[in-house]
Design a protein around this ligand. Structure first.
Ligand code: ADP
Ligand code: MG
Ligand code: MG
Length: 931
């Protein structure tokens, strides 16, 4: 696989015009590879797969009359072609690009490479989904030693012309020629040259804008020398060579490490490819009436309806994002360039009215005139997404179904994340403030570089990544961290962007925080922090605290679980409730919970669960003295001994079930009978074993021999599940009795009870039948003894392939199926989940598996078993109840699959219930509309 594209990739790209590629591309030469935008616009906003997100929206903005510099988009098909044909292009591309460039020349009245009025272009990547920071843009392309003079003459602004040239050589050197910092280098080599010159000539770090024409000329010369020295080639002077090199670099960057890491995290298929946009330059660096900025139509951190963003006067785009100079809030433009500000306000309204969603856009002001360079749906925190969706519904921009769809289900859990404890935070000392870029509270031990952050987090430490600013190289560290704190950079800095997307707690631009990479220390407020020291950040308020601050539950958790009245009055809580009401309206599937205790059950019910989908009874055997009775049962040598031990366990189980039934308030509970192999209950160390021997008054040798006897080579496939109940029917009899006695008891208290007894690991109908007999017998006995009528069901877990394949037979006996997708995945893939850590990461890297099959259901393989079981099961029993209780029940994309195959409910852990309700509603809405 190709790694980072450097000089080599770019060179072969240029070579692509040679004879070799002619044959390969002939077949496709009839295709349309280039789409214009500007006076004539070929594409539109709906063409993201072909034109990429940036290209499609540039076209769309042209269509609605927004001021966009003209240009053209090279399609993603060319990218696919490029990789399928040894990094070469379709034959027809060149002539189509020439036509595209001619169109730009006509509209701008400039000419590419001209010596009177040269046209400069930007070359910009644009994948289908925006990939912040992944692809590099090249500005001011078309400059060389001659055209730079022409530009200076034409504009009468030599400083501007040389500033453009300086930027161009730097960007091109980096992105296309691959001149980046080497292994031992801490800084970008170009930046080192700039710093060197500043110190040589001014003895200090002056701002870039203070550099003179002569300084800039000198920089260009030194940059070129650096290029020659490091990459051993002349800087290309021909604008066309520059252009083709840049296009190749954009395509090449699709396969660079950063892009690959990002795609893996967000599950973006490699096949999608990127488009390339070539666009006439507009200049934000001509002086004090020019500038460049990034803005959101509303606040993407907390959702407030306010114009949000930032700009830099006398700057080109990258400056704002790079965090080199700290930009000013966009509302400041009102004073500095009022006309441009009014125009931006108008554009802000137009964008929201047209796209009906919050937009994140990039603009440049050239001599007071505003140009639009990009717009896309703004990335947002879960908190902002919630507020946007409710507000835009109230403003009648969207309907309630769209509002539901606007909340990303996989981020939704952020809303339940803790905030700082009010009392504890009042005691804590705020040592700095910065921009609140990612809401929430995070405490952690500080680390100043991504690698060390990752390894600390692997050791189980909560980590706070503290940096001057972040760049895409830090991504792994950011993923590992609880929170991110940067000293520089604004709301559109890399750190803020990534935090917004990943839902990380983040503060940016906390200028008082002095980060010293060399000594690995942070100085702030007269105190010194070393790596490993604790700090806390409040990303909602933008405050940094020394030490560890305690956290408290979010308003939603406080309101629902603790019935905290103040929390229930907050906007966040009310918006959440509104959204959940809509979800209930939309959803077809129910959401149940996996819970083993009354407390977990009560929490899940408060979160809106409609019952228990999986109650694992084995957890009940570990608490307190119960484990002793359990062990006694396992060690029993006769049926009588075993029954005596089981009699001791019965009251415990009955109590547990009664508690759960009460907490359920009439909702159903699926109760799974004993599942794990028995040896899991026995003590493993010598010491524990002799303790147990004493306690039970048996010789320790008996314990040894029982442990040895129970030893298995593959416990996951061993004596477990219904095999236990078949081997020892008295265990199932005890469990059934406990369930029914508890049911009778709670029912007499006036609470409805619906137990659903679930037999695990069934592969043969006969297995289920044997257990059914035991269960029904217990039910008859208890009903007679207690003089009650109980409402119960018996069903099975479908978790081994034979069970799925013979579902028609099994459904003759089972009243319900619950898919145990954890074991079903293990058995279908023949992969032990607990051992998959040694090979699965590589499988993900090689894309053998697109997603972790234990987190997101493998629809192609395991999914077939589910579908088969659904079809065959329902063919036998029309009203067969179907649910899923594996880990996948809380995973949004798996939930979409379960909706498609028509399950009745999903079940997940209590704190995932809101996520699952949202995902189930979205799945129902999109399945209905065929999306
Ligand atoms: P990214 O995908 O990283 O956002 P872009 O292609 O949007 O990269 O380019 C980054 C910035 O470069 C833009 O925000 C804009 O300020 C500047 N830029 C790109 N193209 C042009 C152009 N034709 N004229 C002026 N500035 C441009
Ligand atoms: Mg951009
Ligand atoms: Mg199982």
């Amino acid at each position: 696989m190709a790694k980072r594209v450097g000089a080599k990739g770019a060179r072969s790209a240029n070579g692509a015009r040679g004879a070799k590629s002619t044959k390969a591309s002939a077949a496709k030469s009839a295709g349309k590879y280039v789409y214009l935008f500007g006076a004539r616009t070929d594409g539109n906003g709906g063409m993201k797969p072909l034109l990429g997100g940036k290209g499609a929206n540039l076209a769309e903005m042209c269509r609605i009359g927004l001021p966009v510099p003209p240009g053209f988009t090279i399609t993603t098909e060319v990218c696919t072609y490029y990789y399928a044909h040894k990094r070469s292009y379709p034959l027809a591309l060149r002539s189509q690009m020439e036509a595209g460039l001619a169109a730009i020349e006509r509209q701008t009245r400039k000419k590419f490479g001209d010596l009177r009025n040269p046209l400069l272009v930007s070359v910009r990547s644009g994948a289908r989904d925006s990939m912040p920071g992944m692809m590099d843009t090249i500005l001011n392309l078309g400059l060389n030693d001659q055209t730079v003079e022409a530009l200076a003459r034409k504009t009468g602004n030599a400083r501007f012309a040389w500033d453009c040239y300086r930027r161009f050589v730097q960007m091109y050197g980096d992105v296309v020629l691959g001149l980046q910092k080497g292994a031992g280098e801490d800084h970008d080599p170009f930046e080192t040259v700039i710093e060197g010159l500043k110190h040589e000539r001014y003895h200090q770090d002056i701002e870039d804008t203070k550099l003179t024409v002569d300084d800039l000329k000198e920089l260009v010369a030194r940059f070129k020398a650096l290029v020659k020295e490091r990459v051993r080639r002349e800087f290309p002077a021909s604008p066309w060579d520059q252009l083709m090199g840049a296009v190749g670099a954009v395509f090449g960057s699709w396969m660079n490490d950063r892009a690959i890491v990002y795609r893996r995290k967000y599950n973006i298929p490699t096949e999608w490819g990127t488009a390339v946009n070539v666009q006439a330059m507009v200049y934000g660096n001509t002086g004090e009436t020019s500038g460049s900025g990034v803005a959101f139509t509303r606040n993407p951190a907390n959702g407030t309806k306010e114009f949000y963003g930032e700009f830099l006067i006398n700057a080109q785009g990258e400056d704002v994002v790079a965090g080199v100079r700290t930009p000013e809030p966009v509302v400041q433009l009102k004073n500095q360039l009022p006309k441009a500000y009014a125009e931006l306000e108008r554009i802000r309204q137009t964008l929201e009215k047209h796209f009906k969603d919050v937009q994140d856009f990039e603009f440049t002001i050239e001599d007071g005139v505003v140009y639009m360079l990009q717009t896309r749906n703004g990335k947002r925190t879960a908190m902002a997404a919630l507020k946007f969706s409710i507000d835009m519904y109230k403003e009648k921009l969207i309907d309630w179904k769209t509002a539901v769809m606007r909340n990303p289900a996989d981020q939704f859990e952020q809303l339940l994340a803790p905030v700082f404890d009010v009392a504890d935070v009042a005691r804590a000392k705020a040592i700095a403030t910065g921009l609140p870029a990612g809401p929430g509270a995070a405490s952690g031990q500080i680390y100043l570089n991504a690698d060390r952050a990752v390894s600390a987090s692997e050791k189980g430490q909560p980590v706070l990544l503290v940096r001057l600013e972040t760049s895409p190289e830090d991504l792994r560290g950011m993923i590992a961290a609880e929170g991110i704190l940067t000293a520089r950079g604004g709301v559109s800095s890399h750190a803020a962007l990534v935090a917004r997307q990943m839902g990380k707690v983040c503060i940016c631009g906390a200028a008082a925080v002095e980060v010293d990479y060399a000594t690995r220390t942070v100085n702030v407020d007269g105190r010194r922090f070393t790596e490993g020291d604790w700090m806390s950040i409040d990303g909602t308020a933008g405050k940094v605290y020394a030490g560890r601050v305690k956290t408290a539950p979010s308003e939603i958790v406080a309101g629902l679980i603790h019935n905290d009245q103040a929390a229930r009055k907050t906007e966040k809580f009310r918006n959440f409730q509104q959204l959940m009401t809509w979800c209930d309206e939309a959803t077809r599937m129910d959401v149940r919970t996996n819970a083993d205790t009354p407390e977990q059950t009560a929490n899940a019910i408060a979160f809106g669960a409609s019952g228990i989908g999986l109650c694992r009874t084995e957890h009940m055997f570990f608490e307190g003295d119960r484990i002793d009775a359990m062990r006694e049962m396992i060690l029993a040598e006769t049926l009588e001994e075993r029954k005596a031990a089981l009699d001791k366990l019965l009251p415990y189980q009955r109590e547990d079930f009664a508690g759960i039934f009460r907490a359920l308030k009439g909702h159903p509970a699926t109760i799974r009978f004993l599942d794990p192999p028995l040896h899991e209950f026995l003590p493993q160390t010598e010491e524990q074993q002799s303790d147990l021997a004493k306690k039970l008054g048996v010789p320790v040798s008996r314990i040894h021999s029982r442990v040895a006897q129970l030893h298995e080579f593959n416990p996951m496939l061993g004596f477990r599940g219904c095999r236990l109940g078949i081997g020892y029917p008295e265990i199932s009899a005890m469990q059934a009795r406990a369930v029914f006695e508890a049911a009778a008891m709670v029912q007499k208290e006036g609470i409805k009870v619906h137990p659903e007894i679930m037999i695990p690991l069934v592969g043969f109908k006969m297995e289920l039948d044997l257990q059914l007999e035991v269960v029904h017998q217990a039910a008859r006995d208890v009903q007679a003894e207690q003089k009650v009528k109980l409402n119960y069901m018996v069903g099975t877990m479908i978790e081994i392939p034979r069970g799925a394949l013979t579902a028609d037979e099994i459904a003759q006996s089972a009243e319900f199926f619950s898919f145990g997708t954890n074991d079903l995945t293990q058995t279908a893939l023949g992969m032990s989940r607990d051992d998959s850590g040694s090979f699965l990461p590589q499988y993900a890297e090689l894309e053998i598996v697109k997603k972790n099959p234990f987190a997101t259901i493998d629809t192609v393989g395991v999914g077939q078993l589910v579908e088969t079981a659904v079809t065959r099961g329902r063919a036998t029993r029309k009203d067969l109840k179907l649910g899923i209780c594996g880990e996948h029940g809380g995973d949004p994309s798996s939930i979409h699959f379960f909706e498609k195959v028509g399950l009745d409910y999903v079940s997940c852990s209590p704190y995932r219930v809101p996520v699952a309700r949202l995902a189930a509603a979205q799945a129902a809405l999109s399945t209905r509309t065929g999306a």
